[in-house]
Design a protein around this ligand. Structure first.
Ligand code: AMP
Length: 278
């Protein structure tokens, strides 16, 4: 496994490489959610590159950029075990050299949900992912369903800007009580960690009601809210039932929908979603 810190080192590798490349962008502190994307990347491509970069432009003022967890040695060990070919560990200076003055601003898909709660977050994500696509020119890039809006935005950008990267969606990996794995779960105290399971309980309740014929979004949201409100350490940011392609809010579900949720549990802001389809 080659560990590189600069774009110049990558150019030398790319020049002598053969076959397809799969890219998995991450911010490190790897868990099984990341590893499932990496395994898929390894199985679908001849070569795999994982980036670990805590991207400052996707964090807002007062967010957790400074506290974001890091575990670079154990991350590298895990990546070695998975058979990853290249790990890219750039400095902030390498990604944003002085004078950097360009942003990739996604459109309508990014103004709702995360876009409303975290202004500029998806612009920061879009900018860094476009840079990674442009640097590595991978055949495929892998993103997790946990961040479904992020996946939609990146897929849209790859098509709109003809970046030529196939954007692949990997399933959300969960712990035994259903909580979606997230680096930010490390912020949770024991009590908060127990309470956080309520988010998935609310999502599965809605899924159950949908499977039994419920189609009215207000009814589904009411059922979810009564579960979420039973945990006092959980404070809802948003709950949305939207069109799976546009994220436009729905009143009645005709066929499919995506339920997305964001909530504060103590100092951790967690997001999750569930796909409803017949
Ligand atoms: P992050 O390091 O949080 O920026 O995440 C890097 C990638 O891993 C993103 O595409 C995330 O959507 C994905 N990811 C994070 N958590 C999970 C999870 N629990 N299951 C599947 N993918 C995930």
């Amino acid at each position: 496994m080659r560990i590189i810190e600069t774009i110049a080192e990558w150019k030398l590798i790319k020049r002598s490489s053969r076959g397809s490349w799969g890219l998995i962008p991450t911010m490190g502190f790897l868990h099984d959610g990341h590893l499932s994307l990496i395994r898929r990347g390894c199985s679908e491509n001849e070569n795999t590159i994982v980036s670990i970069f805590i991207n400052p432009t996707q964090f807002g003022q007062g967010e957790d950029l400074a506290q974001y967890p890091k575990a670079i040695e154990s991350d590298l060990e895990a990546l070695r075990r998975e058979g990853v070919d290249v790990v890219f560990l750039p400095s902030t200076q390498e990604m944003y050299p002085s004078g950097f003055d360009t942003l990739v601003v996604p459109g309508d898909l990014a103004i709702r949900l995360e876009g409303r709660s975290r202004p500029n977050h998806l612009t920061g994500v879009a900018t860094v992912v476009c840079k990674l696509f442009s640097i590595f020119q991978p055949d495929r890039a892998y993103f997790g369903q946990k961040d479904f809006q992020q996946y939609l935005v990146i897929d849209r950008i790859s098509r709109d800007l003809n970046l030529g990267v196939e954007v692949v969606l990997g399933e959300t990996i969960r712990s035994s009580d259903g909580l979606a794995l997230s680096s930010r779960n490390s912020y949770l105290s024991d009590t908060e960690r127990l309470a956080a399971g309520i988010l998935y309980q609310a999502l599965t309740k809605a899924h159950y009601l949908y499977r039994n014929g419920a189609r009215n979004c207000k009814d589904l949201k009411d059922a979810m809210m009564s579960i979420i409100n039973s945990e006092h350490v959980v404070s809802l940011d948003y709950l949305s039932i939207g069109n799976v392609e546009t994220l436009d809010e729905l009143e009645v579900i005709e066929t499919t929908a995506i339920i997305t949720i964001a909530a504060w549990v103590g100092s951790a802001r967690l997001i999750d979603n569930i796909y409803l389809s017949e």
